[in-house]
Design a binder for this molecule. Structure first.
Ligand code: AHM
Ligand code: MG
Length: 341
């Protein structure tokens, strides 16, 4: 080996990091070279492809048509559909057509699950997702995300009722999110810790940036929309008054769950979206928002609860079921609970 071809230690470390791609990492997590391992690796790669496509579209917001603004439609949740919501929903659907991986997808933007019949004979999985989380941030160029949850496909329920999905979050076999922030990050778990990847746009790959993330046991951040203060029950108001009286606490609320939870995952603290007058179950949807984020938070050593029950134990009675959400560092969640119970 000549001097010019020999790698020094620093180069080797950099190259080692550069070469741990998302799909390689998934294979190493599953630990075998079985068909299931390759399927999960391919599935995660397709979610990553959807994320890269959405990130590219977002990067040209304001320069090309139909990135900003609303479509004029209202979705199943009664919310105005943004152009980006519709685009991102379709990107996920297209990413899985003819993939043979996923038989059925269900999202915040579709009333009923979407079947890809040609995939079903071999597609073992259902993908639940929120294509754009934090939609109110799109038009002002602030951080947003996509959330996903992977479940085993059980049975062949083409009636569209998706009764097999009405099971607890413990049935998830993987979950994660993509954060479209100052960089694009992909954070996932397959039940063996939580791992973060950063998109290197020069090679178009998600490269491992942090493995086995552990949420601090406690943190100073509380993240809640205090504009709803008078819509909450008294115990929740009392908790927030208590937080105000303690020195060292700091409020951070971005309007995008993914961004707020990402901060808490790395730095500790608690995110809350409580029930409100007339909306006792709050705003967030269980199957494709709260449950996947709860799965990640538990994997990182934190907790997620409705205030009465662990989020992962909640069994929904419909696809777009909502729950209150209290999620983050275990000590912070315990303090919230001490006020609620
Ligand atoms: P969305 O998926 O339609 O964007 O709604 C979910 C978002 C969360 O990201 C965020 O935490 C919350 O809604 C913000 O709601 P609010 O404006 O009521 O505080
Ligand atoms: Mg959402």
């Amino acid at each position: 080996m000549t001097d010019s071809t020999r790698l020094n230690l620093a180069d080797e470390i950099v190259l080692g990091r550069d070469f741990m791609t998302l799909s390689q990492h998934v294979l190493s997590q599953v630990g075998t070279f079985s068909p299931e391992a390759y399927d999960l690796s391919a599935l995660m790669g397709r979610i990553g492809l959807a994320g890269k496509t959405i990130a590219r579209h977002l990067s040209r917001a304001g320069l090309v048509e139909n990135v900003l603004g609303v479509t004029g439609e209202v979705n199943v949740q009664g919310e105005a559909v943004k152009n980006m919501d519709r685009y991102a929903n379709r990107v996920f659907l297209r990413a899985f057509e003819q993939s043979g991986l996923v038989c059925r997808l269900a999202s915040e933007e579709m009333e009923k699950p979407y079947y890809i019949p040609e995939n079903c004979p071999i597609g073992r999985y259902t993908l639940l997702y929120d294509p754009i989380d934090g939609s109110s941030n799109i038009d002002v160029n602030l951080a947003i995300g996509s959330i996903f949850s992977i479940r085993q496909q059980e049975g062949n329920d083409e009636s569209g009722e998706a009764l097999d999905l009405l099971q607890s979050g413990r049935k998830q076999i993987g979950a994660g999110y993509i954060l479209y922030g100052t960089s694009t990050m992909f954070v996932y778990s397959l039940g063996k810790g939580v791992h973060a990847f950063t998109l290197d746009p020069s090679i178009g790959e998600f490269i491992l940036s942090q493995e086995n993330i552990c949420v601090p046991e406690r943190g100073s951040v509380y993240s809640v929309n205090e504009g709803n203060f008078w819509q909450w029950d008294e115990p929740m108001r009392e908790y927030v008054r208590y937080i105000h009286r303690q020195a060292g606490n700091t409020a951070r609320y971005s309007g995008a769950l993914v961004a707020d939870i990402h901060r808490i995952l790395f730095q500790g603290g608690v995110f809350l979206y409580p029930g409100m007058v007339g909306h006792e179950d709050g705003k967030l949807r269980l199957l494709y928002e709260s449950a996947p984020l709860a799965y990640l938070m538990e994997q990182a050593g934190g907790r997620a609860t409705t205030g009465k029950q662990e989020i992962l134990d909640v069994v929904p009675d419909r696809l777009h079921y909502r729950t209150p959400l209290i999620i983050g560092s275990s000590e912070n969640v315990k303090v919230v609970e001490s006020f609620l119970n």
